[in-house]
Ligand binder design. Structure first.
Ligand code: SF4
Length: 616
């Protein structure tokens, strides 16, 4: 970049040490912005510098590194994202999570690009950032409040000013390793979450209930007229590429993934149920019978969030905003095919501040153990955990949030639950590096298995690579092919690396020409500077930096592995019947992946690629 005045950035961050009650305002090293853009990349660069491989996730030495990107808070659609990077208490390694909503935009409007929170407060506290006024305040009266209650108390402190907050609920306070941080008013007209990896527990370990942010500045853009014209001329492309998101949200994928035999049911034991059951989960039913309002992140015309309420008398006052993944986790993963209960369970997960994916996953996992006779009422505090027991789903979600009853056993995720239950039950825990799998059956499209295995944060379809479009929806490679999957996954991961570092949501990226062969026009209009290298190269640098961190924390090939079950048990039914990710298939894909990444056969970043990408 190389010019003095920064556009798209504020150029500074706040460092808040809760132990010392000390605030520092720091300039962001300019060369880091050039090399990592912002958001996920910039946060990883700080992590590389500041978090030792020996740091314990719930100790004061761990940090919450929150960063926005150059597009965050601008008029570019989808420019809502902030990222948190920290050491995960779920996986005990580096993790990264992003949230939309309004949190990132208000950090920018307050005049900062990011916040680093370190230490541990001596008593429950909250941070308020209102333009230049940054304070740490007592939150003893907030401790114990559910998420929406805590948000209300914090936002009331802003009076007439606009702003937002990121809060933990009781689950984060009780250090549940699947606790999340929720932004805005969760489940409401607004809202998003830093969901995965137990970031809520890191915040809880710091005695930090919430972060309140308000700002009055506009993010300065270098060429506002050209940016407006660019957005105007691309609006029809936006409508064309995201129309289904506006209508159905991510729920649209329930129909197509089920049809293709790639929608795992009941802890990955099947992909088929009676027609009348799956029909109840169609996106059309969701839209017509349950959605009451469309929800948009900061200045986003797509409004893919779908605010829903039960249509039956059951829990009719509850509201939540389930996504494709949480429809799956609280639904078919638990043998539940009724939106009334899915919306209700999702509502309770939000109330307590839980990651909806891991929470629903671990309930379905325990249901399989119950069906197998490994668990019984005596071991579940009286709960009959049969697949499809909707009341048990609701009760157990609340118990996990409160860390009581059988929920105490599940509140730290599937791996720790399996270790506590014993009887070799880890075989049934579908995870990679300690993070639970999501709503995609990798035996039905092999690239997804590679994406789960090599994701920078454990089993993840976002960071690891959303291969669904290229393998299933608009296939450009056979879903069962082995050759070519290494390159496919690397390409998608690198694209996601630069998108996340821009502070952009991935959904509208095609309408901004931010594809596999990106045009950086939109970034140039915002920053006024042509990036001096291809955006994919920056994405590749971000991914390699994350892998260097993971290598430093001990991650090797043995950790880039899928659950054993997926490698020996074929899918029993449906269009992908008989397919299995055998060790031969999986290792061939992994070898190719390491080769295209120029990593060693043990999955270590080579000196050559460090030099080529100018990495530390
Ligand atoms: S597309 Fe959806 S998730 Fe992305 S910024 Fe817009 S409303 Fe938020």
């Amino acid at each position: 970049m190389g010019q003095e005045k920064l556009y798209g950035y504020n150029g500074k961050i706040i460092r808040i040490n809760l132990s010392k009650e000390k605030l520092t305002f720091e300039e962001v090293p300019r060369k880091w912005l050039d090399k990592y853009l912002g958001g996920r990349g910039l946060a990883a660069r700080y992590y590389y510098e500041e978090i030792s491989p020996y740091t314990s996730p719930l100790s004061p030495e761990n940090k919450l590194i929150i960063m926005t990107g150059p597009l965050t808070g601008t008029s570019v659609w989808g420019s809502s994202k902030a990222h948190i990077v920290t050491k995960s208490p779920l996986t005990n390694i580096y993790t990264v999570s992003n949230a939309g909503g309004h949190f990132g935009a208000y950090i920018k409007k307050a005049g900062y690009d990011g916040i680093i929170i370190e230490g541990r407060a001596s008593k429950p506290s909250y941070i308020s950032i209102i333009d230049d006024e940054v304070k740490i305040s007592n939150a003893e009266d907030l401790w114990g409040l559910k998420i929406n209650e805590a948000h209300k108390v914090l936002l009331d402190k802003l009076g007439d000013n606009n702003g937002t907050a990121a809060c933990i609920g009781p689950a984060g306070e009780k250090l549940s390793r699947i606790a999340s941080v929720l932004v805005d008013f969760p489940g409401s007209r607004r809202g998003g979450s830093f969901g995965r990896g137990g970031i809520g527990a890191v915040m809880g370990s710091k005695n930090l209930k919430g972060i309140l942010v308000s700002g009055s500045k506009e993010v300065e853009v270098a060429e506002p007229d050209k940016l407006s014209e660019y957005l105007r001329s691309n609006i029809s492309l936006l409508r064309e590429t995201t129309g289904y998101h506006t209508k159905y949200g991510t729920a649209q994928y329930v129909d197509s993934l089920y049809e293709l035999g790639a929608f795992p049911l009941m802890n990955f034991t099947k992909t088929r149920v009676e027609e009348h059951l799956i029909a109840k989960l169609s996106s059309k039913v969701f839209r017509e019978e349950f959605v009451v309002r469309d929800v948009a992140c900061y200045r986003c015309p797509i409004a893919c969030g779908k605010y829903a309420r039960p249509s039956s008398e059951y829990q009719k006052d509850l509201r939540s905003k389930p996504e494709y993944e949480t429809i799956w986790s609280f639904g078919p993963q638990c043998g539940v095919f009724d939106y009334n209960y899915i919306i209700a369970a999702n509502n309770f997960a939000d109330d307590y501040g839980l990651d909806g994916i891991s929470t629903g996953y671990v309930i379905g996992f325990s249901m399989e153990l119950y069906e197998k006779g490994i668990l019984d009422r005596g071991k579940t505090n009286g709960l009959e955990l049969r697949f499809g027991n909707e009341e048990a789903l609701i009760e157990l979600t609340i118990q996990i949030g409160e860390r009581r009853g059988f929920g105490e056993k599940l509140a730290d995720g599937a791996v720790r639950a399996a270790q506590s239950i014993g009887h070799n039950t880890e075989y049934y825990a579908m995870h990679v590096k300690g993070m639970e799998l999501t709503a995609y059956e990798p035996r039905a499209f092999y690239g997804m298995g590679l994406a789960y295995a090599t994701s920078s944060r454990g089993a993840c379809h976002n960071i690891g690579g959303w291969t669904i479009r290229d393998e299933l929806l608009k296939p450009k490679i056979d879903r069962y092919a082995v050759k070519g999957k290494g390159l496919l996954v690397k390409t998608i991961q690198d694209v996601r690396g630069y998108i996340d570092s821009l502070g952009l949501c991935t959904i509208p990226r095609r309408s901004l020409n931010l594809t596999d062969t990106p045009s950086p026009e939109v970034l140039k209009f915002v920053t006024g500077v042509e990036p001096n290298e291809d955006l994919n190269t920056i994405g590749e640098r971000v991914y390699n930096l994350e892998r260097m961190i993971l290598n430093r924390e001990g991650v090797r090939r043995r950790d880039d592995m899928l659950p054993k079950r997926l490698m020996i048990e074929p899918i029993p039914d449906g269009p992908a019947k008989g397919h299995v990710l055998s060790p031969e298939i999986f290792n061939a894909m992994l070898d190719e992946y390491y080769a295209v990444r120029k990593w060693s056969v043990d999955g270590v970043v080579s000196e050559d690629i460090k030099t080529a990408l100018n990495l530390p």
